[in-house]
Structures are given as structure tokens and as C-alpha cells.
Design a binder for this molecule. Sequence first.
Ligand code: ATP
Ligand code: MG
Length: 259
Amino acid sequence: MIELKHIEKSFGDRVILNDINAVMEAGKCNLIIGASGSGKTVLTKCMVDLFQPDKGEIIYDGKNITTMETDERKLLRQQIGMLFQGSALFDSMTVEQNVMFPLDMFSKMTLAQRRKRVDEVLEKVNLTGANKKFPSEISGGMKKRVGIARAIVLNPKYLFCDEPNSGLDPQTSLLIDKLIQEITLEYKITTIVVTHDMNSVMEIGDHIVYMHQGQKQWEGSNKEIIFSKNELLNKFIFASEFLQDAKQMRMMEAEGKQF
Ligand SMILES: Nc1ncnc2c1ncn2[C@@H]1O[C@H](COP(=O)(O)OP(=O)(O)OP(=O)(O)O)[C@@H](O)[C@H]1O
Ligand SMILES: [Mg+2]
């Protein structure tokens, strides 16, 4: 479990995160949703220790990362896997070299052991045999899967995926979501997915944190979102008339009314 307590972050005199309190539940897919510019990536970067919040506590299973000693912090960071917005693969390296990179940096494995581990995670993301390909030779969905393979190669306890579906078609997006969900459940990871994607919200949103202009507006599950009365959330999620009607029908159905 990751707890966020009173997180604040400004760049210059612009407040980006304003007193964020939220929980990322253990062993579940936690989603951070919100409009572009609402602070999702900055919040995620604070959580993974790439940005230092100005105030507040980020507590990983009882331990506050913001006040940790360097050595302990380094160890914790090795338990964090991250899929960056846009995959961020090294273009001049093969799939295998990309996925092996964290092992080269942080493990003492022999080359044979590292190769074996790379094959294991490539199999996990359905990319067996793609080892020697370069990022420019594979599709967007495959790149995301390579990014996921690299994020899980060190067996992380916490997995962060920033916009894993951006630029993908709905079907490929669903496959990526399912893969993230499967990995979360199989390895009991605490997963945080930043997304705009309504399908993801409904499909894998065990726990959802909705951000609006640097503040947390709402927190709950995908079951609860349908019945939420938060106006900002409803405007964001059920943006089209079609979705507003669908929500209305669901609510009437739940109340036993005809439509
Ligand atoms: N390093 C930085 N320096 C200054 N301002 C920044 C920096 N990083 C982000 N910001 C600002 O913080 C705000 C929130 O950005 P952030 O990237 O967290 O948004 P987001 O919710 O992830 O949006 P998107 O959905 O487009 O990815 C934006 O106004 C952005 O310009
Ligand atoms: Mg972002």
C-alpha cells in the first residue's frame, strides 16, 4: 500500500499539486485519472522519487520515502518498476538490451542468467522471439509491452504505468490493460496506472483517484463511479451524451425503474 498525505508541489509560483491525500491499495490496479495538465504525471513522479514534493509524506508499506536515508531509498527504488509516458525505449538498443538494462544496472546476474530472465519476461508479455528487434521495427502496442517487460524485469513490488494506452487502438489498449491486470494479480504488485481511457477505468479500475487542477476530487472503485454524484467527475468521465445516457440508464436500472 502507498499512502499519500498532504502532498504539495509547486513549480515557481504555480501550484501543481495541492494537498493530495490518497491511498494506492496493495495488490490492486489503482488508476489516476484526470484532464491533461491536472498533475497526474507530476504526482506519479513524486511517488517514484523523481520529484521531491515541497510538503507531505509518501508512505510505502509504512515507510516514508521522503525522509528515507539514501541507501534505504535506493533499495526501495529498485522495487519500483515504471512504464513511462510514451514507453521511453532506447532506440539504439534491441528489445533484449532494453529489457536487460535494469538487470545490467542493478543485478549481479551472469549474462546467461540475465538472458534467461529477459526471455521469461518477454514470454510474459507475449513477445517471445522479439529479442533482436529494434524499437523502430515494432508496433506501438509491442513497444508498450517491451516497456512493461522492462518495468517488471526486477520483480517489482510496485508498478507505475503512465498512459500505457496512449496512441493505441481500443482493442490493443484492452490487451495492454488485461496484461497489466494479470501481472498485478499474479505477482501481487501494487500497480498505479495513469490513464485517460474510459475503457481502462471500467475494466481494471479497482481503485480510482480523480485529479482536477492539482487536487484530488474523488476516490473510489469502478463500481462506484457509475453512481457518483461528483459533478466534475461526471463531466470528465461521462463527457458524451451517449455515456451520460448510459449512466442514467444504469442508475435507473439499479433503482428498479423502467427506461
Ligand atoms: N518540470 C516541470 N517544470 C515546470 N512545470 C511543470 C513540470 N512538469 C510539469 N509541469 C506542469 O505541471 C502541470 C501538470 O503536469 P502533468 O504533466 O502532471 O499533467 P498530466 O495530468 O500528467 O497531463 P497529461 O494528461 O497531458 O499527461 C502542467 O501545467 C505542466 O506544465
Ligand atoms: Mg501526464
